[in-house]
Write a new protein. Structure first.
Length: 399
């Protein structure tokens, strides 16, 4: 299948436009990383607590921010999720123990419970142990010696109903009447209240683990670049490997810069997407390089720039077909994949566009620029050698 029939586009003639485009986005990303947003690190790298909160109504983000500020929690981020009633609260903590990190969850819950009745617990955020202990102390069913096991089962059933059937938040005590005895539900109302939110998931990563993950992610990226350089230098020539590594560095810089400009966190899944991008961009670049190598054997008398242009045009249909289908798949993942895959798919959307562009606009011109530089460097030497030979011939003729 071909999108173009024998295209003849002068890509190298437009190289300065390509360079300007790359410089604009690269410099913008670098400025953002240095002076504006930095490199936004996800919880995987910096450590902290992620608290997923579900409300019974659409939450007021500014109101939640004010509540957290009021109790002294200042270093946090609030992100609305795809479900309009859900919020993700990202709290950065520097403690090294899991007990201290778990304190962040408790602080957030206490901050959001603005109208908690005195001496009552929040049933939407109560643990199974808290519910069963309360029932044990009240013993509404008068179970006697069998109370501990029975109330533990009742508490577990109510917690499962709250978390699995109601999404982590109950709207009314009456919802529990189908799960537990009405006497038990009536007893719960004496010691519990229902807030308008429930914490349904908590993720905790210690800063020491985050530091180790950051180091490993950086090493993985560097090893992949080094492996690419060695392979291309062995398979083609060293300049091909250098061109490919510069191209991949260009793609990675623009992708990370886009995350910084958009202030999106870079997590482990984003690093996985960047490594995928490195492989994808490298594959597309190798296709163009391989066609250049084939044409060099067939068109020995032509200029390298003309050979490179023809090679890019010959692979253009294949490039657009492959990149286009991959881009549509990744775009669907970005639009419908959900919050968990949002960073991963965003990196791939940017990466596929930039990776396809750079194979044509960055990698190939580097080869031509190197060849021109080498030609200019060797030409004066050749001219000097030719001049010396002419003078020696004249000297012999006079003799």
């Amino acid at each position: 299948m071909e999108f173009f029939h024998e295209p003849n586009i002068d890509f190298l003639g437009k190289k300065w436009y390509f360079i300007a485009f790359s410089l604009i986005f690269s410099v913008a990303g670098v400025l953002s990383m240095l002076f504006w947003h930095g490199i936004p690190q996800g919880i995987d790298f910096r450590g902290g607590t992620l608290v997923y909160v579900r409300y019974t109504h659409h939450p007021n983000v500014n109101g939640v921010r004010t509540q957290l500020d009021r109790v002294g929690l200042h270093n946090f981020r609030i992100q609305p999720l795809l479900n309009s009633n859900d919020l993700l609260i990202d709290l950065s903590l520097k403690e090294t123990s899991e007990q201290e990190l778990d304190r962040g969850k408790t602080q957030i819950i206490n901050a959001l419970e603005t109208s908690a009745p005195a001496a009552k617990q929040d049933l939407n955020n109560a643990s199974v142990l808290a519910i069963s202990s309360y029932l044990m102390s009240k013993d509404p069913l008068h179970l006697g010696t069998d109370a501990q096991q029975r109330y533990a089962q009742i508490a577990q059933a109510m917690a499962n109903y709250r978390d699995k059937s109601k999404g982590g938040v109950l709207g009314s005590f009456d919802e529990l009447k189908g799960v537990a005895d009405p006497t038990v539900v009536a007893s719960l109302q004496d010691g519990f209240f229902l807030s308008d939110f429930g914490v349904y998931q908590v993720e905790i990563v210690g800063p020491q683990v985050g530091s180790q993950l950051k180091k490993q992610a950086g090493l993985a990226t560097l090893y992949s670049l080094a492996g690419m350089l060695v392979y291309l230098a062995f398979r083609f020539e060293w300049i091909y490997g250098v061109a490919a590594v510069i191209t991949v560095f260009h793609d990675t810089l623009i992708t990370v810069g886009a995350f910084s400009l958009m202030n999106k966190d870079i997590s482990l899944t984003v690093i996985a997407a960047i490594l995928t991008l490195i492989g994808y961009s490298n594959n597309d670049t190798i296709v163009v390089f391989d066609r250049i190598r084939e044409n060099l054997k067939l068109m020995r008398r032509e200029k390298l720039a003309d050979i490179v242009n023809r090679s890019i045009n010959q692979t253009l249909s294949r490039t657009i077909l492959t990149a286009g289908l991959t881009f549509l798949t990744v775009l669907a993942l970005f639009l419908f994949g959900g919050e968990v895959l949002h960073g991963f798919s965003f990196a791939l959307v940017i990466g596929i566009l930039i990776g396809t562009y750079s194979s044509i606009a960055i990698a190939a011109p580097i080869l031509v620029a190197y060849q021109d530089w080498r030609t200019k460097r060797t030409r004066p030497t050749a001219m000097v050698s030719a001049g010396g030979a002419a003078r020696r011939e004249k000297a012999k003729a006079k003799a």
